[in-house]
Design a protein around this ligand. Structure first.
Ligand SMILES: *[C@@H]1O[C@H](CO)[C@@H](O)[C@H](O)[C@H]1NC(C)=O
Ligand SMILES: *[C@@H]1O[C@H](CO)[C@@H](O)[C@H](O)[C@H]1NC(C)=O
Ligand SMILES: *[C@@H]1O[C@H](CO)[C@@H](O)[C@H](O)[C@H]1NC(C)=O
Ligand SMILES: *[C@@H]1O[C@H](CO)[C@@H](O)[C@H](O)[C@H]1NC(C)=O
Ligand SMILES: *[C@@H]1O[C@H](CO)[C@@H](O)[C@H](O)[C@H]1NC(C)=O
Ligand SMILES: *[C@@H]1O[C@H](CO)[C@@H](O)[C@H](O)[C@H]1NC(C)=O
Ligand SMILES: *[C@@H]1O[C@H](CO)[C@@H](O)[C@H](O)[C@H]1NC(C)=O
Ligand SMILES: *[C@@H]1O[C@H](CO)[C@@H](O)[C@H](O)[C@H]1NC(C)=O
Length: 488
């Protein structure tokens, strides 16, 4: 069977399972084949070329076009044009018709500066990342209207207009990270009614979301279907997400946020790594009843987690503080006192304190650690004394870390040390202390006795008692007491 015929067969929508098996038959170089108008259906694909040719060269102007059968039996075309040095001149004047059945098109890492006008009724995934695109003209995606995922990351887009994304009602994910976006026109996302993931990380949106206009939902027109929001490294000082009733994951790290306005209740995953927060005060995250993971990595000036800081987070199962090097204190009542009275359970299963400055943990925390399975405390200056023995004795807990003090246990892995080796100096030497005290008391007694004796020795003799040797006897001894003599 001739491949030309076979391809035509594909393009009229028939199944194509045998295509790959037939590849070997095509031995003649593509250039030898006569130009066939029926075959050159696309500017992008050269279907005569062997699929996934390992010797495929990048200077080849054609992309790798792969044909699969979809679950419905219709052929689907996936086009991979990564790193093909495609420039703006590549596209046909008005718009580019994609091969029929194209569901994926990857144009990332090329040299595009404008968005190509594509026509493709079935395109669902389009990647334009890592190009040099500066603007998104209005309605430019109007003829790929079934698009579900659009990647525009790592371009040079400065502004997003109101109609830039118009005509994309099915859009579920858009990635605009690592651009130069400083301004987003009002309602830019309001046509994307199904948008559930919005990635805006690494843009300079700090001035755009300023204190007075920090409401993301109001300013962008995103609906509350939005489930995942990524806005790391945006130089934000404030963001108001309180309308986001559907928001489940929020990545807000490496911004200049110093506090958080009220966060939506459904939130299950929150990452505020690298923010300049000095301490987590009581009820820092109120009412986040569904929060499961809290990421506070590399917090530059976080010193303490205060009393009740993580109170009211009944589902919290993962807390990650890795690399927050200034963190030295975790209050024993960080989850509140109720944990101790056994009124609330904590779900905490993984606690990452790797690379923090934690030396010890108060034994009161054992109530909160009841469900803890992993404690990673590697790189922290652990003091493995009697105050940390409780941690070693907790059942079902794997603790990763190395003791730094006392010297006897230096560099020993926490989990390999016997609980009885966790000792405090005071405890170790109490007998000596008691002995010393006794010795001191004895000494004091001896000294006192000595002084008493000396005093007695140098004291003048007491006056001799008069003894009568008969009444009025002339021989009666007369004693003149020396001291009294003066008084007399
Ligand atoms: C979409 O297709 C229509 C008709 O083919 C055309 O008029 C319009 O300019 C196209 N839009 C874009 C953005 O290419
Ligand atoms: C942020 O975006 C700039 C370009 O705007 C890029 O050079 C840089 O690598 C990006 N940083 C990260 C962490 O992605
Ligand atoms: C906040 O930003 C908007 C536009 O981004 C601007 O119009 C407004 O003046 C800014 N407000 C302040 C207080 O900076
Ligand atoms: C962040 O915002 C401040 C003012 O809001 C500005 O001075 C600073 O240059 C911005 N930093 C970056 C990296 O955009
Ligand atoms: C956040 O936005 C909501 C709705 O726009 C508003 O009612 C609320 O006051 C805002 N909160 C803050 C702290 O600005
Ligand atoms: C700890 O905080 C001090 C300032 O209080 C800062 O200079 C230092 O860089 C911080 N350490 C780390 C690892 O960020
Ligand atoms: C807390 O309550 C559970 C049962 O709800 C019980 O098994 C556990 O021993 C109690 N812990 C303390 C410290 O009272
Ligand atoms: C541990 O915390 C409890 C309760 O706050 C406190 O009474 C106790 O002194 C602390 N223990 C140590 C060793 O700091």
């Amino acid at each position: 069977m001739n491949r030309t015929a076979l391809l035509l067969f594909v393009l009229v929508g028939c199944c194509l399972q045998v295509l790959r098996a037939e590849e070997e038959e095509e031995l003649a170089p593509a250039t030898d084949a006569p130009a066939d108008v029926r075959v050159v259906v696309s500017h992008l694909c050269h279907f005569k070329k062997p699929l996934q040719d390992p010797t495929d060269l990048d200077e080849d102007q054609y992309c790798d076009c792969d044909v699969h059968n979809s679950p419905t039996g219709l052929p689907e075309v996936q086009i991979d044009c990564r790193k093909h040095q495609l420039g703006d001149g590549f596209w046909q004047e008005s718009s580019e018709q994609l091969p029929q059945g194209t569901v994926r098109l990857d144009l990332s890492r090329n040299a595009l500066t404008v968005v190509p006008r594509l026509v493709g009724e079935q395109l669902r995934y389009l990647n334009l990342g890592h190009n040099q695109i500066t603007t998104i003209p209005d309605k430019v995606f109007g003829n790929v209207s079934l698009l579900e995922e659009l990647d525009l990351s790592s371009n040079r887009i400065e502004m997003l207009g109101t109609d830039a994304l118009a005509g994309l009602p099915n859009l579920k994910l858009i990635d605009l990270s690592s651009n130069l976006i400083a301004k987003i026109e009002v309602n830019a996302f309001s046509n994307a009614l199904h948008l559930s993931q919005l990635k805006l990380s690494n843009n300079s949106l700090g001035a755009f979301f300023n204190r007075t206009e920090a409401d993301l939902y109001l300013r962008l027109g995103v609906t509350n279907r939005l489930a995942v929001l990524e806005m790391e490294r945006c130089n934000l000082t404030d963001i108001n997400l309180s309308s986001g009733v559907g928001l489940e994951r929020a990545l807000l790290g490496y911004n200049r946020l110093q506090q958080l306005s009220k966060l939506p209740k459904q939130l299950a995953y929150l990452d505020i790594s690298g923010t300049p927060i000095r301490s987590l005060p009581a009820k820092f995250l109120p009412h986040l009843l569904h929060l499961e993971s809290l990421i506070l990595q590399d917090m530059p000036i976080l010193y303490t987690l205060e009393e009740y800081a993580l109170y009211g987070l009944p589902r919290l199962s993962m807390l990650n503080l890795q690399g927050s090097r200034n963190l030295s204190t975790i209050h024993p009542h960080i989850f509140g006192q109720n944990v101790i009275r056994n009124e609330t359970d904590t779900e905490l299963k993984r606690l990452i304190l790797k690379g923090t400055n934690i030396r010890t943990l108060n034994s009161t925390l054992q109530f909160a650690f009841e469900n803890l399975r992993l404690l990673d405390i590697r790189g922290a200056p652990l003091r493995c004394d009697c105050q940390l023995r409780w941690l070693r004795e907790l059942p079902n807990l794997m603790t990763l870390g190395v003791c730094v003090k006392p010297n006897a246990l230096r560099d020993k892995r926490f989990g390999t040390i016997d609980p009885h080796q966790f000792q405090c100096r005071a405890e170790q030497f109490w007998i000596y202390t008691v002995f010393n005290v006794l010795l001191a008391i004895l000494l004091i007694i001896l000294v006192s006795i000595g002084i008493f004796l000396i005093v007695r020795a140098i004291r003048p003799k007491p006056h001799v008692q008069l003894r009568t040797v008969g009444a009025n006897s002339p021989y009666a001894r007369v004693t003149i007491e020396p001291n009294r003599a003066e008084i007399l």
